[in-house]
Design a protein around this ligand. Sequence first.
Ligand code: FES
Ligand code: FES
Length: 178
Amino acid sequence: MTRIKLNVDGVRYDDDVEPRTLLVQHLRDRIGKVGTVVGCDTSNCGACTVLLDGVSVKSCSVLAVQADGKAVTTIEGLAEPGGALHPVQRAFHERHALQCGYCTPGMIMASVSLLADNPDPTDAEIREGLEGNLCRCTGYQNIVRAVHDAAAAMADGGGAAPPQVPAQAAPEQREVAV
Ligand code: FES
Ligand code: FES
């Protein structure tokens, strides 16, 4: 077992993990962040996308021990503390950029990362930026529209970047015995 410290959605978690544990397993099975989902076992679908120190990663392709000392933002940490949706969440909702919704957590997290890098992307840049995220339902058109809407809302001051709280500054701590 290896002791790791993570800040997940603004809360610090100290846990002992097996070195082979994937970050997505740790987030779901130990921390309870079941909004981050698993859609494949081949690192292809992107459903498990989270932000690791602000950068989008497929959490099924990262070991939990590799995230030690880092800040993880999941779909569950994206909204404001009062419950107001992040502009990307709002745009997906308003554009109906989903059907079954299974890809949506990863699609939204990848879109947040995309807009942090490129606040005013073209259609082609959105499609390229989200090429690691697969949707079996929507045909992508409304997803692209939603990212454009979110970009416009954020340019108008309608939303902030996701929280980037370093593990050392987390407000709470949890000890989990194994
Ligand atoms: S579950 Fe991670 S890429 Fe599919
Ligand atoms: S909405 Fe069903 S997989 Fe994307």
